[in-house]
Design a protein around this ligand. Structure first.
Ligand SMILES: [Fe+2]
Ligand SMILES: [Fe+2]
Length: 184
């Protein structure tokens, strides 16, 4: 199988890798295109479930990055193979988690996983131009993982605060009852 080596620009050094690695990388790119689309749809639902405007804004920026990644991977695939990826790669629906916080947990785990999966794609890229694109994508995913981790902590604290407020109210109510009993 022959592959086109990318933009005919001599400013980008060309790497001669094992062609088998590139074949494997192209399979991973197809999987990545599906994953990016899935994430985009999943995060759109998370935006709707987010309790504050600030949280919606953070997830919206992550969602827009995934759209950008999808376009990048499609561009690389087309350049290297000379054809657009299969239409069967179109993802039409995603299974939603039961609540917002477990959604954040799943999003965090997914972001961490993509970093691992995208590394061999970067290593197999035939020139610096594509490696730079992969570097941008991978560092975005690392940022996303950190942002979701932060959202998780924020929301877990909010839930904990609510729980503690409830406990405190219960105690106070009990106290009031005792007080009334004492008065009687
Ligand atoms: Fe992504
Ligand atoms: Fe991401």
């Amino acid at each position: 199988m022959d592959f086109y080596n990318g933009p005919m620009d001599n400013s980008y050094p060309i790497f001669y890798n094992d062609p088998d690695d590139l074949v494997k990388a192209l399979e991973l790119i197809k999987k990545a295109i599906e994953g990016e689309k899935e994430d985009e749809m999943f995060y759109t639902q998370l935006i709707q479930a987010a309790p504050t405007e600030e949280q919606k804004r953070i997830i919206r920026s992550i969602r827009d990055d995934e759209k950008k990644h999808d376009a990048y991977f499609r561009e690389i695939y087309e350049d290297l193979v000379g054809d657009v990826p299969d239409r069967s790669l179109e993802v039409t629906r995603v299974i939603m988690p039961i609540d917002y916080i477990s959604g954040l947990g799943r999003a965090f785990a997914g972001e961490v996983q993509t970093v691992k999966e995208y590394r061999p794609i970067r290593e197999a890229m035939p020139n610096q131009y594509y490696r730079d694109i992969l570097f941008e994508i991978i560092t975005d995913e690392l940022r996303h993982a950190a942002l979701y981790n932060n959202l998780l902590i924020m929301n877990q604290n909010m839930t904990k605060d609510k729980y503690e407020d409830k406990q405190m109210n219960n105690k106070m109510n009990k106290g009031n009852k005792n007080y009334k009993m004492y008065k009687r």
